[in-house]
Design a protein around this ligand. Structure first.
Ligand code: LMR
Length: 401
């Protein structure tokens, strides 16, 4: 039956992990997938997560099905983390929230809901470049994917003029996907003043803003600060869609815990949206998994654990920043690698968009056993004092050809 099925390409991000695992060289480094590593290069279970797991275990919870939209306390607390206690729609009870299979699941629920219920447009504008999975994800949801300019190769920064021009040229009421903070893959975010201008254009063009917030806490080390764009848009009266992930900021990658929400006009409208979210979700996967929701909710609802967790998020963000500094110094001062490397320090979040070309990334994998996505993105968290020198030397060689 499957004789005509063609072999597909490896996933551009997760395929890098597969190639890394197959490499037996002891010097190998994986800077592909965005997953935090500690100072020793090991996966990191946050101490607050360990404590929360212990609290969950000792409360001897059952294994019953969750409701279709998940654990109600978790979704309430996830919304509070994103929107903030002062949020008008939150206070009014006008935010429809559902638990999701991490950020990807949240985006997919959102895509499917918009494809079915957003009456004005099927077009979604994504930044160029964006997280690779956004494109097939929204296409498979039934939306029509288009792009808006975001990154300027020459300045290695935001193409703000291009961004504004493209959003102004989009048909009214189109959907626009915005990375709330720590843009993936570029590490380039708009400033608060630029966000305010984007908000004005979105309003003028009646666009529907759909925020992807996968890295809350990773940009500045502060979860409230990183929610600035989301909160600003809501305060300006926009109705937004929002995908949240707890993969990165709680290190709950494999637990697949996230949330999708929509701000609505009233509690009555919210109830109708809730009912339709259930109708979207039930045929996809019935209801979400328990464990990650219990861990995340325990952290979000226990003040001491919450404070501890915020410190741990900052710790991860700070270690990444220190690696940026080290890598910049190694390339610029120690090795005098040709090129300008200031963007390594100025970029934000888990990634650096190095400017390395696809052929250079291929050479790095084949000759130096250093793995990254072919767009030149590196996960800064994969670097540590044990491997950063070797990495910098390998980059230096690749750049010099
Ligand atoms: C990444 O961009 O590396 C992460 O979002 C992980 C993933 O699923 O691609």
């Amino acid at each position: 039956a499957w004789a005509a099925v063609p072999a597909g390409p490896p996933d551009p991000i997760l395929g890098v992990t597969e190639a890394f695992k197959a490499d037996k060289d002891p010097r190998k480094i994986n800077l592909g997938v965005g997953a935090y590593r500690d100072k020793q290069g090991k996966p990191y279970i946050l101490p607050s997560v360990k404590k929360a797991e212990e609290l969950v275990r000792t409360s001897l919870p059952d294994k019953e099905y969750l409701p279709i939209t998940g654990l109600a306390d978790f979704t309430k607390n996830a919304a509070l983390l994103a929107y903030g206690a002062d949020s008008e729609p939150l206070k009014q009870g006008a935010i429809s929230v559902t638990q999701s299979i991490s950020g990807t699941g949240a985006l997919r629920i959102g895509g499917a809901f918009l494809a079915r219920h957003y009456p004005h447009s099927k077009a979604i504008y994504l930044p160029v470049p964006t997280w690779g999975n956004h494109i097939p994800l929204f296409q498979d949801s039934g939306l029509e994917v288009r792009g808006y300019r975001y990154y300027d190769k020459d300045t290695v920064g935001l193409d703000f003029e291009g961004l504004k021009a493209d959003l102004k040229a989009a048909p009214e009421q189109s959907i626009v996907l915005l990375h709330a903070c720590a843009h993936n893959p570029t590490g380039v975010d708009p400033t608060p003043a630029q966000w305010a201008e984007i908000s004005d254009i979105v309003k003028e063009k009646k666009l529907l803003p759909f925020f992807d917030m996968a890295y809350q806490g990773f940009a500045s080390g502060n979860t409230a600060k990183d929610a600035f764009a989301v909160r600003h848009f809501v305060s300006q009266g926009h109705q937004i869609a929002l995908a949240q992930s707890f993969a990165k900021n709680m290190g709950l990658y494999g637990e697949r815990i996230g949330a999708f929400s929509l701000t609505t006009a009233s509690p009555e409208e919210k109830a109708r949206v809730d009912s339709q979210l259930k109708i979207v979700i039930r045929p996809m996967y019935s209801n979400p998994p328990l464990h990650g929701a219990r861990i995340a909710n325990t952290i979000l609802s226990t003040p001491e654990l919450y404070a501890q967790w915020e410190g741990e998020v900052k710790g991860m963000a700070d270690r990444i920043i220190s690696m940026r500094e080290k890598l910049y110094n190694a390339l610029t001062h120690d090795l005098k690698t040709p090129g300008e490397w200031g963007h390594i320090k100025s970029q934000i979040g888990m990634f650096s968009f190095t400017g390395l070309t696809a052929p250079q990334t291929k050479v790095l994998a084949e000759k130096a056993h250093v793995y990254m996505t072919s767009n030149g993105r590196i996960s800064m968290a994969g670097l540590n004092s044990g491997n950063i020198e070797y990495f910098a030397e390998s980059v230096d060689k690749a750049v010099r050809g």
